[in-house]
Design a protein around this ligand. Structure first.
Ligand code: GLN
Length: 448
């Protein structure tokens, strides 16, 4: 725990991964744990962990990187995952920067400051869990939690050269995760190694009666899957994942990874996920619709920001929301409200739900014959701070390879698979069947 704070002191003025530190309480907790050191078999005994700032932590400021929650200093409860970390006796070091309400791919939508990529601080760390990935890459914490709605764990993990897993939808409780798009959101682990990742998922996964969408499916020992043996593993490589728009050096890195899998005794075939070309459009309709409903709770009455100068009650709602939300959040709320409005619902929201089913069916069909799907995590390595922030459509296209996985609800991991000519990490994405994180980890571990 001391090492973590020393490292943060040393590098966080450049990396800017943390929004809030828990130093006093964490040092006290660590000192108490020291008393039983060696006698306590708790799974994460004394290990420092960073938590994305959209995961509610009792008594520790939780902002989701929004001005709306800037004064949310003292939450009354813990997210279920935080309770599980506490039971495993890890120590929460602090809260990690992100895009406001998890909307973004670069951390530039944080209302505080932009986290930087530790490999080169001119570049973005990815998003929205940019702080979670950068803090692990910079050696500030060995473990962190992120959340992934359309790629927000895997894309920053790829950009920062660390391991990030989005679990199957329902695998990890969302209770206490500030909701963005409830049918897509999942909390997951970001770590330096696949083994650490499996270990952390074992700790946070499982049924929770506080989240009706959490699944009552037994949690296996994910670390048992790390045999190093992938002989006979059947890999599918979607041709859409190595098509136009994917940078040549990313393709080369993935091809080299496939070669390594062949050497390890796995086989691969090219397959097709024909509807994945509709995934980005589908995702922005569904996620924005859900966000417009979820963010209605930020009304100036119950939490956070309330305007100083309102004349009437309606004026108070309007001004509080205008003052508290950033531009991207407003854009999503408008998009979602439009897609759900009468007269447009059938043309947009309902249509998007139908396409979502087609996308899900594509994945299920391929995964009937193959153990895992492998491709790049992102079409390009990290881009520069400021490079595409004024062009939302280009920004949205960044998630083209991660979004289909959320729409299908299946698990996906990003593991490092080499570097670009500029020295920036490239991520390999491995996708599995519903609730088969074990095969994903097995494949990832053997490659690593
Ligand atoms: N970048 C995507 C978005 O802006 C995904 C975000 C996420 O997974 N939370 O919506």
């Amino acid at each position: 725990v001391n090492e973590s704070y020393n490292r943060i002191e040393e590098v966080d003025d450049q990396v800017k991964a943390f929004l809030t530190l828990n130093k006093e309480a964490a040092l006290k907790q660590a000192a108490e744990l020291d008393e039983t050191r060696g006698d306590d078999a708790a799974k994460l005994f004394g290990l420092p962990i960073g938590v994305k700032d959209n995961i509610v932590t009792k008594g520790l400021r939780t902002t989701a990187a929004s001005q709306f929650l800037d004064n949310f200093e003292d939450p009354l409860y813990n997210a279920t995952v935080v309770n599980k970390l506490n039971e495993a006796k890890s120590v929460t070091i602090g809260k990690l920067n992100m895009d406001e309400f998890a909307m973004g791919s670069s951390n530039e939508n944080s209302s505080y400051y932009t986290t930087r990529n530790p490999w080169n601080t001119d570049y973005v760390p990815g998003g929205s869990s940019g702080g979670s990935a950068a803090s692990v890459a910079a050696g500030e914490v060995p473990f962190s939690l992120g959340s992934d709605t359309g790629g927000s764990i895997r894309q920053p993990a790829a950009f920062c050269g660390v391991v990030g897993l989005k679990p199957t939808y329902g695998r990890v409780s969302r209770f206490g995760l500030i909701a963005f798009a409830s049918s897509l959101d999942q909390i997951g682990p970001i770590t330096r190694s696949v083994e650490d990742n499996a270990y952390l998922l074992e700790t946070i996964a499982g049924y929770d009666n506080m989240d009706s969408t959490s699944a009552n499916v037994e949690v296996p020992s994910y670390t048992d899957a790390l045999t190093g043996d992938v002989k006979g593993l059947k890999i599918a490589v979607p041709k859409e994942y190595l098509g136009e728009g994917v940078a040549p050096e990313v393709k080369e890195a993935v091809q080299a990874a496939l070669k390594k899998y062949e050497e390890l005794g796995a086989t691969w075939d090219e397959v097709s996920l024909p509807h994945s070309k509709y995934a980005v459009a589908t995702y922005y309709l569904i996620s924005s619709s859900e966000a417009s409903a979820n963010l209605a709770r930020f009304d100036g009455v119950r939490y956070g920001q309330r305007t100083e100068n309102a004349e009437t009650m309606l004026d108070m709602f309007k001004r509080s929301r205008s003052e508290g939300f950033g531009d991207e959040v407003k854009r999503r709320i408008m998009l979602g409200t439009f897609a759900l409005s009468s007269g447009y619902y059938d043309a947009y929201y309902k249509k998007a739900q139908q396409v979502r089913t087609l996308i899900k069916n594509d994945f299920e069909k391929v995964l009937e014959d193959y153990d895992v799907i492998v491709g790049p995590t992102t079409p390009t390595p990290a881009f520069k701070v400021g490079e595409i922030i004024d062009d939302p459509l280009t920004m949205y296209a960044n998630d083209i390879l991660t979004i289909p996985v959320n729409l299908a609800g299946v698990p996906g991991i990003s593991v490092p698979c080499g570097f670009s000519s500029d020295g920036l990490p490239i991520g390999l994405q491995i996708i599995g069947r519903h609730f088969d994180e074990s095969s994903v980890y097995r494949a990832a571990h053997a490659y690593e």
